[in-house]
Design a protein around this ligand. Structure first.
Ligand code: PEP
Ligand code: MG
Length: 545
């Protein structure tokens, strides 16, 4: 099975399902055009080639802009408009042409000029302008890719359904892929709880992560087959393998229809204990789909994706519109909005984030928000306003003690007072926290007095309890919530909550694990929140307790 046409790439099964399709390699900044000198007589011809390539990129960006605009996605459309403008910038043209006249190849020249521009942007005081550096790099590498015959390299302009191969995929990358285009993700880095895996699960597509450097051997392949449950991909599969994957796909369809009966039921244990099964969302666009999977609410709305998918920070009004839309779609069902949780592996365009040696132990989540009221308050105001239109709750991420909760609540109350004074309508909002640091679990008794609920973030709780980076593929055996020390912390959280009379949910990936669900329920958890396609299976697991 390991012949050249059927190379097996083992990794971590991060999102179930199988897919077969053409490969698209996402390798930003890794385009290394040959730095060879061109013959003097070819200068004019090469300049012509550069202009053609740039025009092709402008055209393709314009088409994407139009597609997004027609779909009513104005914010994203604006990004592509800005990129198209960069690709037509006369200074970019004159910079590249000057280098080509000095006998540099246009591929190398456009990358170098792109880097020069990016450095200028990056050095600007204005945060918005500084964030443009990545845009310029992106546009330059798209033109270089076009020159090298790879077509436009941007994920955002991809229009053929493809299996996406990459060293790593940031949430901002996955957010840019047009809907329905990614058949599967295969990455060299990452683990089952890294964000690319979470995104794949909520998109309902298979993913294999943590393949390691071996993945690059497959960058030249044309097609790939992906087994997201067992955790491997096959580069250039032979007809036999393709047929085998077809049969698997069919079997999975059958399993899926067998779960149909659980989709819209209320989950109850054999003893009749009611467990609410909700969805984790990364955007408002996923809300309708989540309801169709049988979500009884939103247990975790990860708002950071809303911040990451655009070049500048969303305004209070923009946030309000998004939160309100989700609240209205869910009606009386609860929608728990998590306040901004960036830092760690999630960076934010428009925020001056320090270089940190240990970003997961750094300035992330509530720590950053408490230090930057200009970032925090518009979000809190937007949540309060959205609460007038549905059953909105809110929780703070990365809490370590009651003092942080009190401080965050003070700022929240300040926002409510301000809105009241301005005569702006708000609604009631229950406040909870994520229990995702060992400190919060151990201090749950004190914190419980400050909040209405706990939601356990097992992804981070495991990482911090076992001192094992959630994205490090070598530490796979240390990335499960089924570890006695983690279970003890969950137990302590539930005990403290019960004493204080508040409820506990789980919104980390453990919530969707049928093997762990009975344990979580036994410890006292009454709400499970997960990527929507996992909901029917979780309801079945509850009903079998
Ligand atoms: C968690 O840590 O378990 C969690 C749900 O939050 P995130 O995965 O977004 O860090
Ligand atoms: Mg977390």
């Amino acid at each position: 099975m390991n012949s050249e046409t059927n190379r097996k790439l083992p990794g971590v099964g991060a999102s179930e399902g199988v897919a077969v399709g053409p490969i698209f390699v996402h390798a930003p900044g890794e385009l290394e055009p040959e730095r060879k000198e061109i013959p003097a007589e070819e200068v004019e011809g090469e300049i012509g080639r550069f202009r053609e390539a740039a025009a092709a990129v402008v055209k393709s960006l314009g088409e994407t802009r139009k597609r997004l605009g027609d779909a009513g996605n104005e914010d994203e459309a604006a990004i592509f408009e800005a990129h198209a403008e960069l690709a037509e910038d006369p200074e970019l043209y004159s910079g590249v042409e000057e280098r080509v006249r000095n006998l540099e190849s246009p591929e190398a020249a456009v990358i170098s000029v792109g880097e020069e521009f990016a450095a200028i942007f990056a050095g600007m005081e204005d945060e918005y302008m500084a964030a443009r550096a990545d845009d310029v790099r992106d546009v330059a590498s798209q033109i270089a890719a076009e020159l090298m015959g790879h077509g436009a390299s941007g994920l955002a302009t991809l229009d053929t359904p493809s299996v996406i191969l990459a060293r790593s995929l940031a949430p901002s990358d996955t957010a840019r892929i047009p809907k329905g285009i990614a058949l599967a993700f295969v990455t060299a880095e990452g683990s089952a709880t890294s964000h690319v895996s979470i995104m794949a699960r909520s998109m309902g597509i298979p993913a294999v992560v943590g393949v390691g450097p071996k993945l690059e051997e497959a960058f030249g392949a044309v097609t790939a087959a992906v087994e997201g449950g067992e955790g491997y991909a096959v580069a250039d599969p032979d007809p036999e393998t393709v047929a085998e994957f077809g049969r698997k796909q069919q079997r999975m369809e059958q399993e899926r229809s067998a779960l149909e009966e659980y989709r819209h039921t209320e989950a109850r244990t054999g003893e009749g204990r009611r467990i609410e099964v909700s969805a984790n969302l990364g955007s408002a666009e996923e809300a309708e789909d989540a309801l169709s999977w049988g979500a009884e609410g939103v247990g975790l709305f990860r708002t950071e994706f809303l911040f990451m998918e655009r070049p500048e920070l969303p305004s209070e009004e923009e946030q309000y519109q998004v939160y309100r839309k989700v609240a209205e779609i869910f009606g009386v069902k609860p929608v728990i909005i998590r306040t901004l949780d960036v830092g760690g592996d999630k960076n934010l365009p428009g925020v001056d984030q320090p270089e940190e040696e240990n970003p997961f132990l750094g300035w992330r989540g509530i720590r950053m928000c408490l230090d930057t009221p200009d970032l925090f308050k518009p979000q809190l105001r937007a949540i309060l306003r959205a609460a007038a239109h549905g059953n909105v709750k809110m929780m703070f991420p990365m809490i370590v003690d009651a003092r942080e909760v009190r401080r965050a609540k003070e700022i929240f109350e300040e926002c409510r007072r301000e809105l009241d004074e301005e005569g702006v309508e708000t609604g009631p909002v229950e406040v909870g926290i994520m229990v995702e640091t060992p400190a919060a679990a151990l201090g749950a008794a004190e914190i419980a007095g400050e909040v209405s609920f706990f939601s356990i973030g097992t992804n981070d709780l495991v990482q911090y309890t076992l001192a094992a980076d959630r994205g490090n593929e070598r530490l796979r055996r240390l990335q499960s919530a089924d570890h006695p020390s983690v279970l003890k912390l969950i137990q302590e959280t539930c005990r403290a909550a019960q004493e204080a009379g508040i409820w506990v949910g789980v919104c980390g990936e453990a919530a969707a694990d049928p093997a762990l669900i009975p344990k979580l329920v036994e410890l006292g958890v009454t709400e499970l929140s997960m990527s929507a396609p996992s909901i029917p299976r979780a309801k079945k697991a509850v009903s079998e307790i």
